[in-house]
Design a protein around this ligand. Structure first.
Ligand code: AMP
Length: 426
């Protein structure tokens, strides 16, 4: 016999029991982005490979090791499953002159693909909620995005997510800092691990991002870009800190925060938690004022962030957050006349906005009632021969005590709707 086929390692199914939390997150996101005037857009899951190489940077973990890249079977063009959304959005903004007349606030969501070693909170197909402000110089939009995320955490009743921010300067300041870093790390070349030695001349800034514990003392002594910002960059960062201060959101300035993608400049930020073990970054972002030009577009300042949806869901579960997709009522029916009444009653209740599951697949009252209980519905609506003959439905509360009552189809909607509706957000 043939063996069963399993999902690709690191790629997960979202099963129905886990879906209510996912949909709750989704609804909260849609609410929040609407409140801040960010507009939805989509870009393809597949882009030409040079887009990511140019945007994210040749010498980054993502581009060097983690991309799902393959050749188009017709013309041999190299294509890549998107590892993140910003590059595609900026490509689309340039291609469609999105920011030609005015700046744009946009957002998107969907799967991203990175060939990392799967572990708790880290997958090969994962999902992001992604927000971009295109054509804004900031620092107001930088802070707007942080405040927006803070509101999202509040909506979802998530606690213990802390904000780290930093400024990684402009291109010129980074070049000068880079030269200083190369000099510093070259002096201590013996203490560098293999990865860092390789990065010393390709991308020394990324050495600061090393997770190797043995490297940490050396990294702690490295020259700090934050101490060498020029006046414009410093003014920008001061603005970010001032507006953040006004917002009342607590934050830590972390001079070591660099982020793993090369396109960032000036403001960078991350939201972290200690509740997810090693994968403590819930999301992050920052400014990428050079990316439009880097991808052949007109220079356009921009700022954005991405949140890892799986990690937020883990936090929601950790915090005991509940979301339910239980119907308002489950209709139990035995006999042909009963079935016809059951189906028309269900449609009337749906007209009133209620969620009604009509039992399907037959069975006696006992087995149908077990399904009704398992569905989580607040009410069982019971129709048998006697009810069908009298044109009534027996209403039995399933989740609280209360008498079973017989109601006519006309009475049902008016009686059930007000009782069932408040439970929807419970
Ligand atoms: P990045 O695009 O690398 O800045 O990632 C933004 C956020 O996406 C991270 O903070 C994580 O929450 C999430 N994320 C990144 N990579 C993965 C992954 N392999 N699995 C799950 N979530 C991820």
């Amino acid at each position: 016999m043939a063996g069963t086929i399993q999902a690709v390692r690191g790629m997960n199914d979202l099963l129905p029991d886990a879906a209510p939390s996912w949909l709750r997150f989704d609804a909260a996101v849609r609410d929040v982005v609407r409140q801040y005037g960010y507009r939805y857009m989509q870009v393809p899951l597949v882009e030409v490979t040079p887009l990511f190489a140019r945007a994210i940077g040749e010498v980054t973990d993502v581009v060097e090791h983690e991309m799902y890249t393959f050749d188009d079977r017709l013309n041999g063009e190299s294509l890549t499953l998107r590892p993140e959304a910003t590059a595609g959005i900026v490509r689309a903004a340039i291609e469609h002159s999105l920011t030609y007349e005015r700046p744009q606030r946009v957002w998107t969501t969907g799967p991203m693909f990175r060939h990392e070693r799967p572990q708790k909170g880290r997958y090969r197909q994962f999902h992001q909620f992604d927000v971009e402000a295109l054509g804004f110089e900031g620092p107001d939009v930088d802070v707007e995005q942080i405040v927006m995320l803070h509101r999202l955490w509040r909506e979802l009743e998530l606690e213990g997510i802390v904000l780290h921010i930093n400024s990684i300067g402009d291109a010129e300041e980074r070049r000068a800092h880079r030269a200083e870093l190369v000099a510093y790390f070259s002096e201590h070349a013996d203490a560098l691990d293999a990865d860092s030695q390789r990065r010393l001349h390709t991308n020394p800034l990324r050495i600061l991002d090393s997770k190797n514990p043995a490297m940490q003392p050396l990294i702690a002594g490295a020259p700090r870009l934050l101490d060498r910002l020029g006046s414009a960059t410093r003014a920008h960062f001061d603005g970010v800190r001032r507006l953040l201060g006004d917002s009342g959101i607590g934050f830590t300035v972390d001079p070591r925060l660099v982020r793993g993608l090369d396109y960032y400049n000036r403001t960078v930020f991350e939201w972290m938690t200690d509740r997810l073990g090693a994968q403590g970054t819930v999301g992050g972002g920052g400014r990428y004022d050079g990316l439009f030009a880097q991808l052949g577009g007109k220079p356009t300042p921009a700022c954005g962030f991405a949140i890892g949806i799986e990690r937020v869901l883990m936090l929601m579960q950790d915090g005991g957050s509940t979301a339910s997709d239980a119907p308002d009522a489950y209709v139990v029916h035995v006999g042909e006349r009963a079935t016809r009444l059951a189906m028309s009653v269900a449609e009337n209740l749906r007209d009133a906005g209620l969620a009604i599951v009509v039992h399907a697949g037959g069975g006696n009252f006992g087995s149908q009632m077990r399904r009704a209980n398992a569905s989580g519905a607040r009410y069982a609506l019971i129709v048998g021969d006697d009810e069908a003959a009298a044109n009534v439905v027996a209403v039995k509360p399933l989740r609280d005590s209360g008498e079973q009552v017989a109601l006519s189809p006309g009475e049902l909607a008016t009686r059930i709707a007000p009782i069932a509706q408040p439970a929807k957000h419970g």
